[in-house]
Design a binder for this molecule. Structure first.
Ligand SMILES: NC(=O)c1ccc[n+]([C@@H]2O[C@H](COP(=O)([O-])OP(=O)(O)OC[C@H]3O[C@@H](n4cnc5c(N)ncnc54)[C@H](O)[C@@H]3O)[C@@H](O)[C@H]2O)c1
Ligand SMILES: [Zn+2]
Ligand SMILES: [Zn+2]
Length: 362
């Protein structure tokens, strides 16, 4: 088969790889029908995730068809269409029993395109299949469910639920990339009073309005803090969701929340941020961090099936799976291509309106 293989920092290629097989009785093999690329894949390519070994197939978000079953798999059949998500669950460890699959200590958690071969490939081995994949309801397209593999449960669980968004709340969302936009989309399930989106890029803020933000602030050209204070009678936002992953935005979120407010961190941080306890200790705030568990995936899937949630608006570009290299170029140059999510696996059609752009690749 062919797959997108990581060869060390800055190096990737679409190349031949061994056909995956069932190794453990709880495995299935899936033919990948649609996959997508995550910002985390770009982090890996920058060398920020050193535990990814050169030679690993990348990708942790896909929809596929079961083609081979391990002997212990009881709830799936060959031919089933399934969502394969960024988090796998052994189903047996303490954390899996508490539905905190992201923390799985039994061999699951974030493994695809990280600790084992991933999903940007023609076929993939999927461990713990019974407890990890989701059957796609009949009538739903790949693209309707694909973004449940990561961004939607991440934004909903680590942002909206950890932030305890309630009806009427003013919710400030800092960062309007795919994760921030998914937070804007899923916060609306809780009927906030106002969603304020804050980003440095006007193109992303325009998307934020499309996704349901009420007010946008470009904090490159305007100081976000006085604007939010003015909007909230000097109190601050009920909830701030950090969806960037740099110290400034975490510290901004801590300033944006009202007394008794909630700060939900979603961003992946590589550097320490300052926690101003000298100001916060008296303000009764709640600060949460989290890796996605994907425990809300079944609920989000039902909301999509029932027409309450339409994530297809994240797709900005479509490529054939074998054009994964060009897809990475477009996704990696989001500032110029305005890419949000690129879908791999669309039939190879030259006229999809996608012009792969010239960007430097290693
Ligand atoms: N906790 C988890 O389980 C989890 C899972 C997936 C991703 N993440 C993390 O979530 C974060 C967001 O992911 P993404 O894919 O949307 O990233 P992205 O890079 O596509 O988007 C980030 C956005 O933040 C904006 N931004 C950058 N600096 C800013 C600043 N100082 N002020 C305001 N806006 C600023 C950028 O313009 C961009 O629109 C990343 O850190 C990612 O690693 C966390
Ligand atoms: Zn991801
Ligand atoms: Zn487990």
């Amino acid at each position: 088969m062919k797959a997108l293989v990581y060869h060390g920092p800055g190096q990737r290629s679409w190349e031949s790889a061994p056909d995956p097989r069932v190794v453990e009785p709880t495995d299935v093999v899936v033919k990948i029908d649609s996959a997508t690329i995550c910002g985390t894949d770009l982090h890996i390519l920058k060398g920020d995730v050193p535990e990814v070994e050169p030679g690993t197939i990348l990708g942790h978000e896909a929809v596929g068809t079961v083609v081979e079953l391990g002997s212990a798999v009881t709830t799936l059949a060959v031919g089933d269409r399934v969502l394969v998500s960024c988090i796998s669950s052994c189903g047996r460890c303490r954390f899996c029993k508490e539905a905190r699959y992201g923390l799985c200590t039994g061999g699951g958690g974030w493994i695809f395109g990280h600790l084992i071969d991933g999903l940007q490939a023609e076929y993939a081995r999927v461990p713990f299949a019974d407890t990890s994949v989701y059957r796609v309801p009949e009538g739903l397209s790949d693209e309707q469910v694909l973004f449940l593999a990561d961004i939607l449960p991440t934004a909903y669980e680590c942002g909206v639920l950890n932030g305890r968004v309630e009806p009427g709340d003013t919710v400030a969302i800092v960062g309007a990339g795919p994760i921030g936009l998914a937070a804007i989309m899923t916060a609306q399930l809780h009927t906030p009073g106002r969603i304020v989106a804050i980003d440095l890029a006007d193109a992303r803020l325009a998307k934020a309005l499309d996704f349901g933000a009420d007010i946008v602030i470009n904090n490159g050209s305007e100081d976000a803090l006085p604007r939010v204070m003015e909007l909230t009678d000097g109190l601050g936002a009920d909830v701030a969701i950090e969806a960037v992953g740099v110290p400034e935005t975490f510290e901004l979120c801590a300033d944006l929340i009202r007394p008794g407010g909630r700060l939900a961190n979603v961003g992946v941080h590589g550097h320490p941020a300052t926690l101003h306890l000298e100001r916060l200790w008296i303000r009764d705030v709640l600060i949460t961090t989290g890796l996605v568990d994907t425990s809300t995936t079944p609920k989000l899937l039902r909301l999509i099936r029932d027409g309450r949630l339409d994530p297809t608006t994240f797709t900005t570009h479509r490529f054939a799976l074998e054009d994964a290299m060009a897809a990475y170029d477009v996704f990696g140059a989001a500032a110029t291509t305005n890419a949000l999510k690129v879908v791999l696996g669309a039939p190879r059609v030259e006229a999809l309106g996608v012009e792969p752009v010239e960007v430097a690749t290693a």
